[in-house]
Design a protein around this ligand. Sequence first.
Ligand code: ADP
Length: 250
Amino acid sequence: MSPSNLLSVTGLHKSFGENQVLKGIDFTVHAGEVVALIGPSGSGKTTALRCLNGLEVPQAGTVAFNGGPEVSFSAKTTAKQAQVLRRRSAMVFQGHHLFPHLTVLQNVTVGPLEVQKRERGEVMEQAAKLLERVGLSAKADAYPNSLSGGQQQRVGIVRALMLKPDLLLFDEPTSALDPELVGEVLVVIKELAQEGWSMVLVTHELAFARDVADTVVFMDGGVVVETGPAAKVLGAPSNPRTQGFVQRLL
Ligand code: ADP
Protein backbone atom coordinates (compact mmCIF):
# COMPACT_ATOMS: atom_id res chain seq x y z
CA MET A 1 0.00 0.00 0.00
CA SER A 2 1.35 3.44 -0.88
CA PRO A 3 2.15 5.47 2.26
CA SER A 4 -0.41 8.15 1.46
CA ASN A 5 -3.22 5.58 1.17
CA LEU A 6 -5.48 5.54 4.18
CA LEU A 7 -7.90 2.93 2.88
CA SER A 8 -7.82 0.42 0.04
CA VAL A 9 -10.94 -1.39 -1.06
CA THR A 10 -10.47 -4.25 -3.50
CA GLY A 11 -12.84 -6.68 -5.16
CA LEU A 12 -15.81 -6.19 -2.82
CA HIS A 13 -18.68 -8.56 -3.58
CA LYS A 14 -21.91 -8.44 -1.63
CA SER A 15 -25.16 -10.28 -2.29
CA PHE A 16 -28.42 -10.23 -0.37
CA GLY A 17 -29.80 -13.69 -1.17
CA GLU A 18 -29.97 -13.91 -4.96
CA ASN A 19 -29.52 -10.15 -5.37
CA GLN A 20 -25.90 -9.46 -6.28
CA VAL A 21 -25.49 -5.84 -5.18
CA LEU A 22 -21.70 -5.32 -5.31
CA LYS A 23 -19.91 -7.07 -8.15
CA GLY A 24 -16.28 -6.26 -7.42
CA ILE A 25 -15.77 -2.73 -6.12
CA ASP A 26 -12.32 -1.13 -5.98
CA PHE A 27 -11.32 2.31 -4.75
CA THR A 28 -8.81 3.99 -2.50
CA VAL A 29 -8.93 6.89 -0.08
CA HIS A 30 -5.76 8.88 0.51
CA ALA A 31 -5.11 10.65 3.80
CA GLY A 32 -7.00 13.95 3.77
CA GLU A 33 -9.00 13.03 0.69
CA VAL A 34 -12.75 13.48 0.24
CA VAL A 35 -14.25 10.76 -1.94
CA ALA A 36 -17.85 11.09 -3.13
CA LEU A 37 -19.72 7.93 -4.13
CA ILE A 38 -22.39 8.84 -6.65
CA GLY A 39 -24.70 6.88 -8.93
CA PRO A 40 -28.32 5.95 -9.57
CA SER A 41 -30.54 4.74 -6.76
CA GLY A 42 -29.97 1.04 -6.15
CA SER A 43 -26.47 0.98 -7.61
CA GLY A 44 -24.98 -0.22 -4.31
CA LYS A 45 -23.45 3.00 -2.92
CA THR A 46 -24.84 2.69 0.61
CA THR A 47 -24.04 -1.01 0.73
CA ALA A 48 -20.43 -0.28 -0.30
CA LEU A 49 -20.14 2.41 2.38
CA ARG A 50 -21.59 0.14 5.06
CA CYS A 51 -19.05 -2.55 4.18
CA LEU A 52 -16.26 -0.15 5.08
CA ASN A 53 -17.10 -0.28 8.78
CA GLY A 54 -18.62 -3.69 9.14
CA LEU A 55 -22.29 -2.75 9.07
CA GLU A 56 -22.56 -5.11 6.10
CA VAL A 57 -20.36 -8.15 5.65
CA PRO A 58 -19.30 -8.72 2.04
CA GLN A 59 -18.72 -12.26 0.79
CA ALA A 60 -15.44 -11.46 -1.00
CA GLY A 61 -12.87 -8.69 -1.29
CA THR A 62 -10.63 -6.78 1.08
CA VAL A 63 -10.99 -3.61 3.14
CA ALA A 64 -7.56 -2.52 4.35
CA PHE A 65 -6.63 0.48 6.46
CA ASN A 66 -3.02 1.60 6.30
CA GLY A 67 -1.60 0.40 9.62
CA GLY A 68 -4.55 -1.98 10.07
CA PRO A 69 -7.02 -3.41 10.48
CA GLU A 70 -7.29 -5.30 7.22
CA VAL A 71 -10.15 -7.72 6.61
CA SER A 72 -10.19 -10.18 3.72
CA PHE A 73 -13.74 -11.36 3.36
CA SER A 74 -15.06 -14.80 2.50
CA ALA A 75 -18.45 -16.47 2.80
CA LYS A 76 -17.37 -17.43 6.33
CA THR A 77 -16.50 -13.96 7.64
CA THR A 78 -18.59 -13.09 10.69
CA ALA A 79 -20.12 -9.74 11.63
CA LYS A 80 -17.79 -9.60 14.61
CA GLN A 81 -14.72 -10.07 12.43
CA ALA A 82 -15.93 -7.26 10.14
CA GLN A 83 -16.52 -4.92 13.07
CA VAL A 84 -12.80 -4.51 13.77
CA LEU A 85 -12.93 -1.98 10.90
CA ARG A 86 -14.76 0.40 13.28
CA ARG A 87 -11.48 1.12 15.03
CA ARG A 88 -10.63 3.52 12.21
CA SER A 89 -13.93 4.92 10.91
CA ALA A 90 -17.24 6.38 12.06
CA MET A 91 -20.53 6.66 10.20
CA VAL A 92 -23.03 9.51 9.92
CA PHE A 93 -26.39 8.09 8.86
CA GLN A 94 -29.29 9.54 6.87
CA GLY A 95 -31.22 10.60 9.94
CA HIS A 96 -33.40 9.32 12.78
CA HIS A 97 -30.55 7.33 14.28
CA LEU A 98 -29.95 9.10 17.61
CA PHE A 99 -31.03 7.27 20.77
CA PRO A 100 -34.41 8.89 21.58
CA HIS A 101 -34.20 8.20 25.32
CA LEU A 102 -30.77 9.84 25.69
CA THR A 103 -29.99 13.56 25.72
CA VAL A 104 -27.77 15.12 23.08
CA LEU A 105 -24.79 15.00 25.45
CA GLN A 106 -25.47 11.39 26.36
CA ASN A 107 -25.87 10.47 22.69
CA VAL A 108 -22.46 11.82 21.78
CA THR A 109 -20.59 10.52 24.84
CA VAL A 110 -22.00 7.01 25.20
CA GLY A 111 -19.65 5.51 22.58
CA PRO A 112 -16.44 7.08 23.92
CA LEU A 113 -17.37 6.21 27.53
CA GLU A 114 -18.95 2.77 27.17
CA VAL A 115 -17.26 1.35 24.09
CA GLN A 116 -13.92 3.13 23.95
CA LYS A 117 -13.71 3.24 27.78
CA ARG A 118 -12.15 6.68 27.74
CA GLU A 119 -11.74 8.95 30.72
CA ARG A 120 -14.91 10.89 31.58
CA GLY A 121 -13.35 14.35 32.01
CA GLU A 122 -11.58 14.21 28.65
CA VAL A 123 -14.72 12.95 26.89
CA MET A 124 -16.91 15.68 28.41
CA GLU A 125 -14.40 18.36 27.42
CA GLN A 126 -14.28 17.08 23.84
CA ALA A 127 -18.10 16.93 23.68
CA ALA A 128 -18.44 20.52 24.93
CA LYS A 129 -15.99 21.75 22.29
CA LEU A 130 -17.61 19.87 19.43
CA LEU A 131 -21.18 20.83 20.36
CA GLU A 132 -20.09 24.44 20.51
CA ARG A 133 -18.44 24.13 17.16
CA VAL A 134 -21.69 23.03 15.49
CA GLY A 135 -23.69 25.66 17.39
CA LEU A 136 -25.51 23.25 19.71
CA SER A 137 -24.08 23.95 23.17
CA ALA A 138 -27.50 25.11 24.35
CA LYS A 139 -29.01 21.77 23.31
CA ALA A 140 -26.71 19.48 25.32
CA ASP A 141 -29.49 18.45 27.70
CA ALA A 142 -32.26 18.32 25.10
CA TYR A 143 -33.71 15.10 23.71
CA PRO A 144 -33.45 14.37 19.98
CA ASN A 145 -37.18 14.66 19.29
CA SER A 146 -37.09 18.32 20.36
CA LEU A 147 -34.48 19.12 17.70
CA SER A 148 -34.93 19.96 14.03
CA GLY A 149 -33.70 17.45 11.46
CA GLY A 150 -30.70 19.66 10.71
CA GLN A 151 -29.80 19.90 14.39
CA GLN A 152 -30.12 16.12 14.74
CA GLN A 153 -27.74 15.63 11.83
CA ARG A 154 -25.23 18.01 13.38
CA VAL A 155 -25.44 15.93 16.57
CA GLY A 156 -24.89 12.84 14.40
CA ILE A 157 -21.72 14.43 13.02
CA VAL A 158 -20.50 15.28 16.53
CA ARG A 159 -21.20 11.71 17.62
CA ALA A 160 -19.00 10.43 14.78
CA LEU A 161 -16.21 12.96 15.52
CA MET A 162 -16.24 12.01 19.22
CA LEU A 163 -14.88 8.58 18.27
CA LYS A 164 -11.69 10.21 16.89
CA PRO A 165 -11.88 8.21 13.68
CA ASP A 166 -9.33 8.45 10.88
CA LEU A 167 -12.10 8.22 8.29
CA LEU A 168 -15.59 9.72 8.34
CA LEU A 169 -18.33 7.93 6.42
CA PHE A 170 -21.44 9.86 5.40
CA ASP A 171 -24.50 8.02 4.11
CA GLU A 172 -26.64 10.58 2.27
CA PRO A 173 -26.50 12.87 5.31
CA THR A 174 -29.02 15.36 3.95
CA SER A 175 -31.46 13.16 2.07
CA ALA A 176 -33.97 12.96 4.93
CA LEU A 177 -33.96 16.73 5.55
CA ASP A 178 -36.36 19.43 4.50
CA PRO A 179 -34.66 21.50 1.79
CA GLU A 180 -34.23 24.56 4.01
CA LEU A 181 -32.21 22.50 6.53
CA VAL A 182 -29.79 20.95 4.03
CA GLY A 183 -27.41 23.94 3.95
CA GLU A 184 -26.60 23.99 7.67
CA VAL A 185 -25.47 20.35 7.52
CA LEU A 186 -23.49 20.73 4.28
CA VAL A 187 -21.65 23.71 5.79
CA VAL A 188 -20.36 21.55 8.63
CA ILE A 189 -19.27 18.77 6.26
CA LYS A 190 -17.51 21.27 4.03
CA GLU A 191 -15.62 22.76 6.99
CA LEU A 192 -14.49 19.30 8.05
CA ALA A 193 -13.30 18.63 4.50
CA GLN A 194 -11.36 21.90 4.47
CA GLU A 195 -9.75 20.96 7.79
CA GLY A 196 -8.31 17.89 6.14
CA TRP A 197 -10.60 15.15 7.40
CA SER A 198 -10.57 12.04 5.23
CA MET A 199 -14.09 11.11 4.21
CA VAL A 200 -16.25 8.96 2.00
CA LEU A 201 -19.55 10.56 1.20
CA VAL A 202 -22.54 8.89 -0.46
CA THR A 203 -24.51 11.75 -1.91
CA HIS A 204 -26.96 12.70 -4.60
CA GLU A 205 -26.05 16.38 -4.14
CA LEU A 206 -23.80 16.56 -7.19
CA ALA A 207 -23.18 20.30 -6.88
CA PHE A 208 -21.97 19.69 -3.33
CA ALA A 209 -19.79 16.78 -4.49
CA ARG A 210 -18.24 19.04 -7.13
CA ASP A 211 -17.61 21.64 -4.43
CA VAL A 212 -16.03 19.48 -1.69
CA ALA A 213 -14.90 16.17 -3.16
CA ASP A 214 -11.39 15.58 -4.44
CA THR A 215 -12.36 12.33 -6.11
CA VAL A 216 -15.66 11.07 -7.45
CA VAL A 217 -16.48 7.37 -7.80
CA PHE A 218 -19.45 6.77 -10.11
CA MET A 219 -21.20 3.45 -9.46
CA ASP A 220 -23.88 1.80 -11.55
CA GLY A 221 -25.28 -1.71 -11.27
CA GLY A 222 -22.87 -2.78 -8.53
CA VAL A 223 -19.66 -1.82 -10.33
CA VAL A 224 -17.45 1.26 -10.41
CA VAL A 225 -17.97 2.73 -13.85
CA GLU A 226 -15.66 5.74 -13.57
CA THR A 227 -13.30 7.22 -10.99
CA GLY A 228 -11.35 10.44 -11.15
CA PRO A 229 -10.93 14.01 -9.98
CA ALA A 230 -14.31 15.56 -9.14
CA ALA A 231 -13.98 18.29 -11.77
CA LYS A 232 -13.28 15.70 -14.46
CA VAL A 233 -15.93 13.10 -13.58
CA LEU A 234 -18.64 15.71 -12.99
CA GLY A 235 -17.51 18.22 -15.61
CA ALA A 236 -16.27 16.08 -18.49
CA PRO A 237 -17.03 12.42 -17.79
CA SER A 238 -15.56 9.92 -20.21
CA ASN A 239 -18.05 7.08 -19.77
CA PRO A 240 -21.47 7.43 -21.49
CA ARG A 241 -23.27 6.12 -18.39
CA THR A 242 -21.60 8.76 -16.25
CA GLN A 243 -22.38 11.39 -18.85
CA GLY A 244 -26.08 10.51 -18.85
CA PHE A 245 -26.29 10.53 -15.06
CA VAL A 246 -24.41 13.79 -14.59
CA GLN A 247 -26.29 15.55 -17.38
CA ARG A 248 -29.62 14.68 -15.76
CA LEU A 249 -28.62 15.89 -12.31
CA LEU A 250 -26.19 18.78 -12.65
P1 ADP B 1 -27.85 2.92 -3.34
O1 ADP B 1 -27.22 3.41 -2.08
O2 ADP B 1 -26.96 3.09 -4.53
O3 ADP B 1 -29.23 3.47 -3.59
P2 ADP B 1 -28.14 0.42 -1.91
O4 ADP B 1 -26.78 -0.04 -1.54
O5 ADP B 1 -28.95 1.10 -0.88
O6 ADP B 1 -28.02 1.34 -3.22
O7 ADP B 1 -29.00 -0.79 -2.45
C1 ADP B 1 -28.59 -1.61 -3.52
C2 ADP B 1 -29.47 -2.84 -3.57
O8 ADP B 1 -29.24 -3.63 -2.41
C3 ADP B 1 -30.96 -2.57 -3.65
O9 ADP B 1 -31.50 -3.47 -4.58
C4 ADP B 1 -31.42 -2.90 -2.25
O10 ADP B 1 -32.73 -3.39 -2.27
C5 ADP B 1 -30.47 -3.99 -1.80
N1 ADP B 1 -30.28 -4.03 -0.36
C6 ADP B 1 -29.64 -3.09 0.37
N2 ADP B 1 -29.62 -3.43 1.68
C7 ADP B 1 -30.29 -4.62 1.77
C8 ADP B 1 -30.60 -5.50 2.86
N3 ADP B 1 -30.23 -5.23 4.13
N4 ADP B 1 -31.27 -6.63 2.56
C9 ADP B 1 -31.63 -6.92 1.29
N5 ADP B 1 -31.37 -6.14 0.23
C10 ADP B 1 -30.70 -5.01 0.46
